[in-house]
Design a protein around this ligand. Structure first.
Ligand SMILES: *Cc1c(COP(=O)(O)O)cnc(C)c1O
Length: 227
């Protein structure tokens, strides 16, 4: 069970962190990342007044969406993780916001299965090879391609490097510069550990799991117990 009062309390603390980093807590959009947690976590986020719920795996997102049924009526589902092209079709009826568009094949599949969808182009600004995202030098072309395909490109997304939060700053700053240069208003950057740096560098959306729900139990608990 998710402790709802705890989530509400952590949300207050999260808003204070946003404000301390120079952000407007009303304007920075908080995506509650419920991965590896029961569907009840999404309900707790909704009860606390959030609307945006994020998942990084297709099966888990769909299972949670189904588990919530009408109780999840207000939720806006965000897909935030690495996305396989063959998952787009099943996700399309449910997902409203796609954060991790990083290659032309994905643009084509989204344009086909989710015409006009709201997307962010993910850019690998940390240079870590294991992180998703297109190289910064390819971002402009991918944005143009997505626009040409009729997708609603809202902005750019990045995942910070592993390590101390301060390490994320140069990448977040370059994401901001790239987005500005392309005339894109949204910057999805910052997670529990590096959201302060992200907000300082102009995040408009942060994707937050542990700061809202506490530490995750790990995947075993989910595959065994299911949501
Ligand atoms: C897990 C995840 C998050 C949230 O991570 P926390 O550190 O728990 O805040 C954000 N974005 C992506 C892409 C994730 O996979």
């Amino acid at each position: 069970m998710i402790d709802r009062a705890g989530v509400a309390r952590r949300l207050e603390a999260l808003r204070a962190r946003i404000e301390a980093a120079g952000g407007d807590p009303e304007a920075v959009r908080i995506v509650a990342v419920t991965k590896e947690l029961p569907a009840d976590a999404a309900l707790a986020a909704l009860a606390a007044g959030l609307r945006d719920v994020g998942e990084n795996r297709a099966q888990e997102l769909l299972a949670k969406h189904d588990a919530l049924g009408p109780r999840g009526g207000d939720a806006i589902w965000h897909f935030v993780g690495r996305l396989q092209t063959n998952k787009v079709r099943s996700l399309a009826p449910v997902v409203s916001f796609w954060h991790s568009v990083d290659r032309p094949s994905l643009v084509a599949e989204l344009a086909h299965r989710a015409p006009g969808a709201a997307v962010l182009v993910q850019v690998n600004v940390s240079g870590e090879t294991q992180k998703g995202g297109c190289p910064p030098a390819d971002a402009a072309a991918l944005v143009a391609r997505a626009r040409d395909a009729g997708l609603d490109v809202r902005g750019l997304m990045a995942v910070g490097p592993t390590g101390p939060p301060e390490l994320a700053r140069p990448g977040f700053r370059s994401l901001r510069g790239l987005a500005d240069g392309l005339g894109l208003p949204e910057r999805s950057m910052g997670m529990t550990d590096d959201l302060d740096v992200a907000v300082q560098e102009g995040a408009t959306m942060i994707r937050v799991g542990r700061a809202l729900f506490g530490s995750r139990p790990g995947r075993h608990a989910i595959t065994a117990g299911g949501p």
